[in-house]
Design a protein around this ligand. Structure first.
Ligand SMILES: NC(=O)c1ccc[n+]([C@@H]2O[C@H](COP(=O)([O-])OP(=O)(O)OC[C@H]3O[C@@H](n4cnc5c(N)ncnc54)[C@H](O)[C@@H]3O)[C@@H](O)[C@H]2O)c1
Length: 346
């Protein structure tokens, strides 16, 4: 039997705990240790019978793993990730890559200088439905891509806002929810040329936005609108349609609509729409249900991918540069939502 990749998880909060579950299911990985400043995590380490360390340096000095997952709060990403990269330990870093662009660049430079892999945790790219859509677009199945429409409409209940950071700058649905959609649509449609956005806090009246509309012009010429709100009772969001996280009820709807000159695709409830023979709005339009099951395995796929990267069998699917680009797009969205102006990305 092949040797399992030994992974240490740094930061056992909401996301770190999900990674622990994924590692326990993966056939390629094994939990090496846990790092956290919180005493509660020591008990988890004891239960899972793995060593516990209070700092990244303690782990590096005592017992080097094959790879680490950094799932600490964003402001610590730079410090933790660079210490592992300097020790030549590959890192899967939770999104966003960092809280600012300068720090993100430092992380990327460290990965290059140390010739050590850096992967960013935009896990949706590891969903088999997404891979299928990407293939359909790349092979020209729906022709030249003309437009996209991405919906992220949710209703967050009262308790969600008990955490005060969620009603301050950065804690709104643009930063919490839409960042995943931004990464995903860019993965599917390519580099963004221009961004234009507007946001509103008219429903909840907190300082942070509750609703926003973002328009992308892609370098390919395609146009796309993304809309996000945490004040709408609706089934149309990736969270409620992809079935990746059992915390959300599944609605069997779609959140992404991508249109091309030969047809269109909706997903996660994956359908491919097309005319038979002549393309015309006067002709019947058909759809093929593409037989891909909803995936609860995205995080496990991501762990398996990390193991393949460590073993030299794959290149990182989501690189530091991808993480930096997402951060730049996000900064442009925030800037544009204040001025209403269109912003060019480099
Ligand atoms: N991919 C996703 O869908 C997704 C979802 C949620 C969060 N995240 C990301 O995961 C990261 C963590 O978010 P979360 O919601 O799990 O946070 P959290 O607050 O639930 O957990 C953070 C953990 O890090 C620990 N920690 C804090 N400072 C530390 C330090 N200096 N050294 C070691 N451990 C430390 C805390 O004790 C806690 O256990 C963030 O970057 C966030 O953006 C990603």
């Amino acid at each position: 039997m092949k040797k399992k990749i030994k992974i240490s998880v740094v930061g056992i909060g909401l996301m770190g705990s999900q990674h622990l579950k994924a590692i326990s299911i993966s056939k390629k990985a094994k939990l090496h240790s846990i790092v956290d400043i919180n005493h509660k995590s020591k008990l988890i380490a004891k239960k899972l019978r793995v060593p516990f360390y209070k700092t990244s340096n303690d782990l590096i000095k005592n017992n080097k793993p094959d790879a680490v997952i950094v799932a600490t709060p964003n402001q610590f990403h730079e410090k933790h990730t660079i210490s592992f990269l300097n020790a030549k330990i590959p890192v899967l870093l939770e999104k966003p890559i960092s809280s600012n662009i300068k720090k993100a660049q430092k992380i990327i430079n460290s990965s290059k200088k140390n010739k050590t892999h850096l992967l960013i945790g935009y896990h949706r790219r590891h969903n088999s439905i997404v891979s299928n859509v990407k293939k359909k677009i790349q092979t020209g199945k729906i022709g030249k891509i003309v437009a996209g429409n991405v919906m992220c409409w949710l209703y967050k209940n009262k308790q969600w806002f008990n955490e005060k950071w969620r009603i301050k700058k950065g804690g709104g649905p643009l930063g919490i929810n839409l960042v995943h959609d931004i990464d995903l649509i860019c993965y599917l449609l390519g580099p963004v040329d221009y961004v234009q956005a507007s946001s509103s806090n008219k429903i909840r009246k907190y300082k942070v936005e509750d609703t926003a509309i973002v328009n992308f012009s892609f370098r390919s010429g395609a146009l796309c609108t993304l809309s996000v709100s945490d004040t709408i009772v609706a089934p149309w969001s990736y969270e409620l349609t992809a079935g990746e996280n059992p915390a959300y009820p599944i609605t069997n709807q779609s959140a992404y609509y991508i249109g091309g000159t030969k047809g269109s695709i909706q997903f996660p409830n994956l359908k491919n729409w097309y005319n038979k023979g002549e393309r015309s709005w006067w002709k019947p339009i058909y759809h093929k249900d593409m037989n891909i099951r909803l995936s609860r395995y995205t995080l496990i796929n991501q762990i398996n991918h990390l193991c393949d990267v460590v073993n030299g069998k794959a290149k990182p699917k989501v690189t530091g540069e991808d993480g930096l680009q997402s951060l730049k797009i996000f900064a442009a969205i925030l800037k544009s939502s204040k001025s209403g102006k269109k912003i060019k990305l480099n």
